[in-house]
Ligand binder design. Structure first.
Ligand code: HEC
Ligand code: HEC
Ligand code: HEC
Ligand code: HEC
Ligand code: HEC
Length: 370
C-alpha cells in the first residue's frame, strides 16, 4: 500500500492528458486570426450568447456540450446532469475552441448527430494540431501535422444534423457523405496577411476565422436571389437559395418574404397585412410539437413536427399572387427577412423581442413597371 502511494504521483503524471491550450494562448503568435475568431460566433456559447443560454436553461441537462462546449473534459457528466458548466474552466468558456477544432482527425457519421474523433496526443510532447497545408512548420507551442482529410471533416462533426432523443430532426445542413470543403469555401474566404505574427514564410493571405453567417448583413445578402415577374393582374416571385444548405438550419429561426406594390409612394397591395403567418408559402419555419399536439417549449422535448416549410440548397420556389392591374411607374418590392428567434422562442425564453425577434434583412429587390 505504502509503495503504491509513492508511485502513484508518477503514474498520474504519465497518464495526464496533453494540457489544454486556451484560445487566448494562440493570440501570442496568431494575433490576427485570434482577433477574427473572437468576433466570430464560435467564440460564443453558454456564458456569452444570450440566446443559447436562454434555450439551454429550458432543458433539464446540458447535453448541448458536444457541439457548444466540445472541449469540456466532463461532457458526459454535463449531458447526464452530474456536472454543470463552469465559467472558470477555459475548456468550458472557450466554446468552439481553436485547440479543439484543430485536433479534429475524423468524423463518424451517426443517426442522432455525428461524432468527432480527435487526434491522439503523445504523452510528454507538445500537442499536434491539424491543418491542410503541405509541409507545415511547427512552433514552440505545438507541432503541425498535415492532414489530407482535415478540410473534409472540419465542419460536419457539429453542423451536419441533429436529432433529439425522440429522434425528431432538429436541423440538417448536410446529407451523409457530404463534406466540409464547400463550407470552408463560403465561410472561410481568404483575408490578407500571414498566418502568424513573424510571418516567417512571407505569406500574403490566410483563411478567415470570422466564420461569417446569419449575423452579418453582407453575408445575408449572398444567401438568395429574388426575381420579380409581373404580368396582367398576376405576380410571380421566384426565390432561389444560393447556399450549400437549406434556408433554415437552426430551429430558433424564422424567415419570410414580404412583397408590396407602391403607387405614388403609397402601398396599394401587400402579400400579407399584419403577420407573415397569413402567407404560409412564403413563411419558412418549423413548429415542434409534443405528443398531445401542443407546442413544445423547446425542440428538446418535441416528439413530432407541426407546420414546416424550408427551401433546400440551390433550389428555387415560385410564389404566385393575384394583384391589382399595374400602371407605368408602379414599384414592386420583395424582401426576405430573418428573425434570429421566432415568436414562440421569444415567448418561452422571455428574451427582448426588440433585439432577438427583430426582422433582419436578408435581401431586397425592386422592380419598376415600364
Ligand atoms: C509560440 C508561437 C505560437 C503559438 C502560441 C501558437 N502557434 Fe500556431 N503556429 C505558429 C507558427 C510559427 C506556425 C507555422 C506557420 C507557417 O508555417 O507559416 C504555426 C502554425 C499553425 C497552424 C497551421 C498553419 C498552416 O499553415 O496550416 C495552425 C492551425 C495553428 N498554428 C494553430 C494554433 C492554435 C490553435 C494555437 C493555440 C492553441 C496556436 N497555433 C498557438 C506559432 C504558434
Ligand atoms: C450536434 C451538434 C449540436 C448539439 C448537440 C446542439 N447544438 Fe445548438 N447549434 C449547433 C450548431 C452547429 C449551431 C449553429 C447553427 C446555425 O447557426 O445554423 C447551433 C446553434 C444553436 C442556437 C442558435 C444560437 C445563435 O447564436 O443564434 C441555439 C439557441 C442552440 N444551438 C441551442 C442548443 C441547445 C439548447 C442545445 C442542447 C439542448 C444544443 N443547441 C445542442 C449544433 C448543436
Ligand atoms: C465543435 C463543433 C463545431 C465545429 C467543428 C464547427 N462549428 Fe460552426 N458552429 C458551432 C456552433 C455550436 C455554432 C453556434 C454558436 C452560437 O451562435 O452560439 C456555430 C456557428 C457557426 C456559424 C454561424 C455564424 C453566425 O453568424 O451565426 C457558421 C457560419 C459556422 N459555424 C461555420 C462553421 C464552419 C465553416 C466550420 C468548419 C470549418 C465549423 N463551423 C465547424 C459548432 C461547430
Ligand atoms: C471551427 C473550426 C476552427 C476553429 C474554431 C479555428 N480554426 Fe483555424 N482553421 C480551421 C480550418 C478549417 C482552416 C483551414 C484549413 C485549410 O487550409 O483547409 C483553418 C486554418 C488555420 C490556420 C492556417 C491559415 C491558413 O490560411 O493556412 C491557422 C494558423 C489557424 N487556423 C489558427 C487558428 C487559431 C489561432 C484559432 C483560434 C483563435 C483557430 N484557428 C480556430 C478551422 C478552425
Ligand atoms: C455557396 C455558399 C455557401 C456554402 C457552400 C455554405 N454556406 Fe453556410 N451560409 C451561406 C450564407 C450566404 C449564409 C448567410 C445567410 C443565412 O444565414 O441564411 C450562411 C449561413 C450559415 C450558417 C448560419 C445559419 C443560421 O441561421 O445561423 C451556418 C451555421 C452555416 N452557414 C454553416 C455552413 C456549413 C456547415 C456549410 C457546409 C456544410 C455551409 N454553411 C455551406 C453560404 C454558404
Amino acid at each position: 500500500m505504502k509503495k503504491l502511494l509513492i508511485i502513484s504521483p508518477v503514474i498520474t503524471l504519465l497518464l495526464q492528458a496533453t494540457p489544454y491550450l486556451s484560445n487566448k494562448s494562440c493570440k501570442e503568435c496568431h494575433p490576427k486570426i485570434y482577433d477574427e475568431y473572437m468576433h466570430s460566433w464560435h467564440s460564443k456559447g453558454y456564458f456569452n450568447n444570450k440566446l443559447h443560454r436562454a434555450v439551454a436553461d429550458k432543458v433539464p441537462v446540458y447535453d448541448c456540450a458536444k457541439c457548444h462546449m466540445p472541449a469540456a473534459p466532463d461532457r458526459e457528466k454535463l449531458a447526464s446532469g452530474a456536472s454543470e458548466p463552469k465559467a472558470i474552466y477555459k475548456e468550458d468558456s472557450d466554446a468552439v475552441s481553436c485547440f479543439y477544432c484543430h485536433q479534429i482527425a475524423f468524423v463518424k457519421e451517426a443517426h442522432l448527430s455525428n461524432n468527432i474523433i480527435l487526434a491522439k496526443q503523445a504523452q510528454g510532447y507538445k500537442p499536434s494540431l491539424f491543418g491542410s497545408l503541405q509541409n507545415p512548420d511547427s512552433s514552440d507551442k505545438h507541432s503541425m501535422v498535415h492532414s489530407p482529410i482535415y478540410d473534409k471533416y472540419a465542419c460536419i462533426g457539429c453542423h451536419s444534423h441533429k436529432r433529439n432523443k425522440h429522434g425528431v430532426l432538429i436541423f440538417e445542413a448536410t446529407k451523409p457523405g457530404e463534406d466540409s470543403k464547400e463550407c470552408i469555401k463560403c465561410h472561410m474566404p481568404y483575408e490578407s496577411g500571414g498566418v502568424e505574427k513573424m510571418n516567417r514564410r512571407a505569406r500574403s493571405r490566410h483563411r478567415s476565422h470570422y466564420f461569417k453567417g446569419v449575423h452579418d448583413a453582407k453575408m445575408r445578402q449572398k444567401s438568395v436571389d429574388i426575381k420579380i415577374t409581373p404580368s396582367k393582374e398576376r405576380l410571380k416571385i421566384t426565390l432561389t437559395n444560393k447556399m450549400g444548405h437549406p434556408l433554415i438550419i437552426q430551429a430558433a429561426r424564422q424567415m419570410y418574404l414580404h412583397t408590396q406594390i407602391f403607387r405614388d409612394g403609397k402601398a396599394i397591395w401587400s402579400s400579407f397585412k399584419k403577420s407573415p403567418q397569413e402567407d404560409k408559402k412564403a413563411l419558412f419555419v418549423t413548429d415542434y410539437l409534443l405528443a398531445d399536439g401542443k407546442e413544445a417549449p423547446v425542440p428538446y422535448f418535441a416528439t413530432k413536427k407541426g407546420f414546416s416549410n424550408n427551401l433546400k440548397a440551390k433550389k428555387s420556389l415560385n410564389l404566385e399572387y393575384k394583384i391589382p392591374s399595374l400602371k407605368k411607374g408602379d414599384k414592386i418590392v420583395s424582401a426576405l427577412y430573418v428573425e434570429l428567434a421566432k415568436p414562440s422562442c421569444i415567448k418561452v425564453t422571455g428574451l427582448d423581442k426588440k433585439k432577438w425577434g427583430k426582422a433582419l434583412l436578408m435581401k431586397r429587390v425592386e422592380f419598376i413597371v415600364e
